[in-house]
Write a protein of this length. Structure first.
Ligand code: PMV
Length: 332
């Protein structure tokens, strides 16, 4: 069976050269058609293709430099992490794929500018920024598709964070996953807004990896997910081409609810919602009944991400206190 090291190794020179330091930025992204389920757990190959929108300047900045302490150091938002901590471990084993058995202690310094209060996952932007920074640090000069493949092996959704704007992560067919990567969709939608509704920022009880596994292993309902995702992907592409906001919003919300249905049908049940999540959903549905075109999507957590057009921003800020608004295509 192929390992991550086999894949990365194909693109490395025999002797790595490296500079003094390198840094890179990658945006966070929100999926409108979700990635839920792996067909290969080692390489993070998905059961279905997904589609997201990147959050412009909101994401992760990662810097890599040689460590003078003789051992690896991992910083997150200015804080040094113990190397046995889960995120630090993932970072170090990802870096190991590149430096292999070469003794090269490094400092990996990641700063997220995602509003921490918004409860947005940072693994997508984090692994994309780390991949881009490693590419620069070791002067690998890799193509974007290869960078997307590598980022995907850190965290599935990171494959989409290599690009800005709307991005499809094509599931691919190959066993080595070289055809499973992000592809940018050339659509600019200036008045498209995302509103982050904060319900809870606590650590989630079940991470995405375990959640996907539990759903596949125990939920019969999961059987209907791949077809639903494929259908939604087509609808989203059509809505993007015609800039049909309501079709886009309705498809994204339906897709998120379908994913959550498979989670809820797992055993033990996987319910990421809090009572406040349901209250926020009901408010969205009431607003829609009253004629306001607002939709939501949700990931493996209790927070809602509202989708709306800029002309409704003031109204929605009044309805959802503390709403954090992101305009992925705003200029400047
Ligand atoms: O990339 P991961 O392993 O954190 O999984 C992300 C899963 C969802 O956020 C629920 C869906 C998605 O497509 O981002």
């Amino acid at each position: 069976m192929l390992t991550k090291a086999d894949i990365v190794g194909r693109y490395l020179p025999n002797h790595l050269v490296f500079g003094e330091q390198a840094e890179a930025f990658a945006p966070s992204n929100i999926a409108l058609c979700k990635y839920w389920g792996k067909r290969d757990k080692v390489l993070n190959l998905p059961v279905n293709s997904s589609l997201s929108v990147s959050l412009a300047h909101l994401g992760s900045h990662t810097q890599i430099r040689p460590s003078s302490s003789g051992k690896d150091e991992v910083f997150l938002n200015g804080k040094s992490l113990p190397l046995e901590q889960a995120f630090a471990k993932k970072v170090v084993s990802f870096v190991d794929l590149f430096r292999r058995d070469q003794m090269l202690p490094l400092v990996v310094d990641t700063r997220n500018n995602i509003p921490t209060a918004a409860g947005l996952a940072s693994s997508a932007s984090g692994f994309a920024a780390l991949t881009l920074a490693l590419n620069r640090f070791f002067s690998l000069d890799l193509e974007d598709t290869v960078l997307s493949v590598f980022a995907r092996m850190g965290s599935g959704s990171a494959s989409r964070s290599i690009y800005s704007g709307f991005v499809e992560w094509q599931m691919g067919q190959q066993a080595d996953g070289m055809d499973s990567h992000g592809v940018p969709i050339p659509v600019c939608w200036p008045d498209f807004c995302i509103g982050l509704v904060k319900v809870s920022t606590g650590q989630k009880a079940v991470d995405s990896r375990s959640g996907m596994k539990r759903t596949i292993d125990t939920a019969h309902l999961y059987g209907s997910w791949p077809a639903q995702a494929a259908e939604d992907l087509e609808k989203l592409h059509a809505a993007l081409q015609s800039q049909d906001f309501e079709a886009l919003g309705a498809t994204a919300e339906h897709n998120a609810m379908s994913m959550h249905a498979t989670m809820i049908a797992s055993w033990p049940p996987l319910v990421y919602w809090k009572p406040e999540s349901l209250m926020a959903m009901q408010k969205v549905w009431q607003l829609r009944e009253a004629g306001v075109p607002v939709y939501f999507t949700m990931d493996a957590g209790p927070n809602l991400k509202l989708l709306f057009q800029q002309k409704h921003q003031a109204l929605l800020e009044a309805e959802f206190s503390g709403l954090e608004v992101v305009t992925p295509f705003a200029v400047g």
